[in-house]
Design a protein around this ligand. Sequence first.
Ligand code: ATP
Length: 241
Amino acid sequence: MKDAVNLQGVSKHYGKKQVLENVDMDIGEGAIYGLIGPSGSGKTTLVKMIIGLILADKGSIRVLDAEMPNLKMLERIGYMAQSDALYLELTGRENLAFFASLYPLKKAESRNRQAYVADIVNLTGELDKKVEAYSGGMKRRLSLAIALVHDPALLILDEPTVGMDPELRLTVWDEFFELKREFQKTIVITTHVMDEAERCDVVSLVRDGHILATGSPVELKAAYGAGNLEDVFLKAGREHP
Ligand SMILES: Nc1ncnc2c1ncn2[C@@H]1O[C@H](COP(=O)(O)OP(=O)(O)OP(=O)(O)O)[C@@H](O)[C@H]1O
């Protein structure tokens, strides 16, 4: 399998703080890849470096065969940031239309994509409300729709399901599975939620800017003799104090 994302020896510091140290990572095309780790471990920094929003101090980052940062690649990446970057005074529909207009989509195709992604996140009936009247979960759903609107090959989703109720989380995960299965999308997800990590094909455990371990949930549990990923995390952490 080809890699959609490849990191070699990537490091980043802010002032005296080393936020990422010598990170190597291969994310296979068509995989759902989870980055799990505690708050402040470096997950957001890592995904922002993958899309080229933050520059590495050292190392190389390739995305879909292109050396990053590379502005052209943004057409092929869908990014959902941890905090919603939405125009509050506009409606959901206007937000979607605006973000869709940033990409070279034909008019009819753009309209179809906007309707399709609004439906995926269950927002079709709410599109004419101003976003300032949306709940936190609705804003997350709109941000996810925006990340999908240009049909990107690679999706980078920073805590996409925070604020969603359990039923919607399941719907959204079903959609991730379908995007992978039907359209061979590569999906990178950061999460604190262990049951979401369990649904990934591969997870990397991130702590203090290091990757403690990488593998499928089944492989990791077997390797550490653990019943769940939480225990894997604890055991891997003890091995790398
Ligand atoms: N612009 C910045 N300037 C200085 N320090 C930063 C900056 N951005 C992040 N950091 C620090 O880098 C570390 C990693 O932050 P990062 O946001 O990548 O963690 P995270 O794993 O995504 O956390 P969370 O799950 O809470 O979002 C933290 O200690 C954070 O305080």
